[in-house]
Design a protein around this ligand. Structure first.
Ligand code: BG6
Length: 462
């Protein structure tokens, strides 16, 4: 077949999800509580339509059916996360054998359907007991994570080759410690910096442990939401604003994970404002020696910034926004439901940056997707005709293809997400899946994009 956009042999076609967003069974078969279970129990009003994480898409009971559907639409890979509080209730101590059974079954089912399981160890869901000890602010929790990660490698490493330590580790920093959209709802930059730093420590300790397992063809990485920072203009103040935004939101994780060191400029800013985290001397060696094999890139939207219009109030809490203002570019294309700009070329710019400045590290698009409200509006002939999603994916893939033509080392594309899932405080407001899920009956139905994706996965292009 003559294809205009042909992808490299072995390209990953699939989708991504996370434990808390799909599993449900939040209080079943020995699972411990995580911060989402707890936060919902004390403040359900913070969640769209008061819907919490107890049932979600019920993957815990329906995984066999779901994996068959994945196979049907051409998935050759699927990324999911392990729920730490399901595997080790309380975060440390005994392993929950029911959880081992469940994850073993999921992995085996995926493999039986020729779908490569890609496992992520942490997707925003800190066990409650460990959060009560201070969560990522506490180095003891870092040690507990290392034990948890090692148990996962031991239990599942015979079949799972591709591992990720964290999904978007900056999000719990932003949500939990700066902007109040995750528990524990703290606003304190210095604590946020400690959380970010300790997360990197947890990450490198897991990488270090992973290497000792000598998993055949095993690779380990981290998944980052890389959000290119575009300046309003080429004026030097706008450029500097974009540079600082990039340091805070991208390079704070990208540089230590891939290059094994923090950007000096970021250290200088934090030092100047008295915001550096507490560190130990030996940490630097550990970070340097445990860089990743591959990188997951989550891309939804760009960040546009401009030089500040007004100086920040020096008595207000220190924030990244002391150095730039967000910029609303006239004429930008928007996803009005999520309030995010759509800028397809961003995916190309990210890959070119990885090629130029990060040794062309192997990467893949680990999340990209379009959340839309009230998709039932688009039902025709009993299924959702989501042409807007097909368009969205296609335009991003075109730019990804262009990056591959420029020899960027890109291995795959995963949509967020396989089936409509529970999106944290947005609950079921915006739907992202190839498969719609009736939130009452849990019935699954393919959307038009699922059929379309099957074609491109089967043809390895379009
Ligand atoms: C990513 C996360 O940031 O975006 C997912 O990894 C999340 O967990 C997805 O669901 C979509 O964002 P949201 O906030 O609309 O659910």
């Amino acid at each position: 077949m003559d294809l205009q956009y042909k992808f490299p042999e072995g390209f990953w076609w699939g989708s991504a999800t996370s434990a808390t967003q799909i599993e449900g069974a939040a209080n079943e078969e020995g699972k411990g509580k995580n911060i989402w279970d707890y936060w919902y129990s004390i403040e359900s009003n913070r969640f769209f339509e008061n819907i919490g994480p107890e049932i979600t898409s019920d993957f815990y009971h329906k995984y066999e059916e779901d994996i068959k559907l994945m196979k049907e639409i051409g998935h050759n890979s699927f990324r999911l996360s392990i729920s730490w509080s399901r595997l080790i209730p309380g975060g440390r101590g005994n392993i929950n054998l029911e959880a081992v059974k469940f994850y073993n079954n999921v992995i085996d089912q995926l493999l039986a359907n020729d779908i490569e399981p890609i496992l992520n160890l942490f997707h925003f869901d800190m066990p409650l007991e460990l959060q009560n000890e201070g969560g990522w602010e506490n180095r003891e929790v870092v040690e507990a994570y290392k034990v948890y990660a090692s148990e996962c490698f031991r239990l599942f490493g015979d079949r799972v080759k591709t591992w990720f330590t964290f999904n978007e580790p900056i999000v719990p920093v932003e949500g939990g410690y700066l902007y109040n959209f995750h528990y524990p709802n703290v606003v304190d930059f210095k604590r946020a910096a400690q959380v970010a730093y300790n997360t990197i420590l947890a990450h490198v300790k897991a990488v270090e442990s992973f290497r000792t397992f000598n998993i055949e063809k095993g690779k380990i990485g981290i998944i980052l939401n890389l959000t290119p920072s575009y300046p309003r203009s080429q004026n030097s103040a706008d450029l500097e604003a974009a540079n600082i935004a990039d340091l805070f939101f991208n390079r704070s994780f990208l540089d230590p994970a891939v290059l094994g060191q923090y950007p000096q400029e970021l250290i200088c800013i934090l030092e100047k404002y008295g915001q550096l985290p507490i560190t130990q001397k030996e940490d630097l060696e550990l970070i340097k020696n445990n860089t990743v094999d591959l990188l997951g890139v989550n891309y939804y939207q760009p960040r546009r910034v401009k030089a500040k219009e007004n100086l920040p109030n020096p008595y207000s809490p220190f924030m990244p926004e002391w150095f730039f203002d967000n910029y609303e570019m006239p004429g930008r294309k928007m996803n009005p439901y999520r309030g995010w700009e759509i800028y397809e070329k961003g995916i190309y710019d990210i890959m070119i940056n990885l090629k130029k400045n990060y040794g062309n590290i192997e990467s893949f698009v680990s999340e990209n997707g379009l959340g839309v409200e009230n998709e039932e509006r688009f039902i025709k002939d009993s299924y959702i005709q989501d042409d807007y999603r097909i368009e969205f994916i296609k335009e991003h893939l075109k730019w990804l293809h262009k990056a591959i033509e420029k020899e960027c080392n890109v291995k795959g594309y995963h949509l967020w997400t396989f089936m409509d899932n529970w999106s944290w405080t947005n609950a079921y407001k915006n739907r992202y899946g190839f498969v719609s899920v009736d939130i009452n009956t849990k019935k699954r139905t393919f959307k038009k994009s699922a059929y379309w994706f099957k074609e491109i996965a089967n043809n390895n292009g379009f």
